[in-house]
Design a protein around this ligand. Structure first.
Ligand code: 1GP
Length: 248
């Protein structure tokens, strides 16, 4: 499938579930995720990413009727067989390695299967907003940010880098709706993803009203499957950013 097709398809995604290959997912929760009504799965994480781990999780969730994206946060995540590859670059990384350095190294080593890879790539402009998260420590993220600063990063992502996706990453912590709204108002064509601290339908609905796509992680691994399904229902019953203010 061509990348442009995935970029089109993800415009219809309102709820994504992110599964971490370094964390357990028992059979009951796996079933819960697959039946939750989520639009697609992302396999991604920051710590302990290994090729066998990513491959094993990919095998457990592939072929179950949901698109599966691998988020390439490290070259170890470059495992064949996903439907698409979300490639993050961290706009507010204090260490430029995470803006473009890691990508340059990975592409240097990619070799022969690069054409196959590019067909399925969707870049993500990340803003890492929880300074206590593993990803913030790894990338030495310049965080927290004010709403104005975050908005300006959003404008860079869309206007300068042409990013199809801007991802507000609060990983493990519920974000600031005022900041999220401000970035959402600034974006046009770029899709706005939000992830962090969604623990049930109330928070899912609040963020769903401000962004295009809500990403749920922890809850899938630790919460009751019923709660994950409730976040999907909450997102579906809420008008999103682009619906309220059509810009693309
Ligand atoms: C993490 O944005 C995702 O990369 C989801 O965050 O795990 O806090 O739900 P949570």
């Amino acid at each position: 499938m061509l990348a442009d097709t995935w970029r089109e398809r993800l415009k219809g995604w309102r709820h994504l579930t992110k599964l971490d290959p370094d964390r357990p997912l028992d059979g009951r929760r796996r079933e819960g995720v697959l039946r939750s009504g989520t639009d697609a799965l992302i396999i991604g994480g920051t710590q302990g990413i290994t090729m066998p781990g990513v491959r094993a999780l990919l095998e457990r969730v592939s072929g179950c009727g949901l698109p599966v994206a691998v988020e390439v946060s490290s070259p170890a995540a470059l495992v064949l067989g996903a439907d698409l590859y979300l490639v993050p670059f961290v706009l507010n990384a204090g260490d430029p390695y995470w803006l473009v350095g890691a990508h340059q190294l990975a592409l240097r080593d990619l070799g022969d299967w690069r054409s196959e890879f590019w067909q399925a790539v969707v870049p993500e402009a990340y803003l890492v907003l929880n300074p206590d998260s593993a990803v913030a420590r790894l990338t030495r993220a310049i965080a927290p940010l004010g709403a104005e600063e975050a908005e300006a990063y959003g404008r860079c992502a869309e206007g300068l880098f042409g990013a199809p996706v801007v991802y507000l990453e609060y990983s493990g912590k519920y974000g600031d709706p005022r900041l999220v709204a401000r970035v959402g108002q600034a974006l046009g064509r770029s899709r706005l993803f939000y992830g962090g601290g969604i623990d049930g339908p109330e928070r899912a609905a609040e963020m769903a009203g401000l962004v295009d796509t809500v990403v749920v992680g922890n809850l899938a691994h630790e919460g009751e499957p019923r709660l994950l399904a409730e976040t999907v229902a909450a997102v579906r019953s809420t008008a999103g950013r682009s619906t309220r203010c059509p810009m693309s």
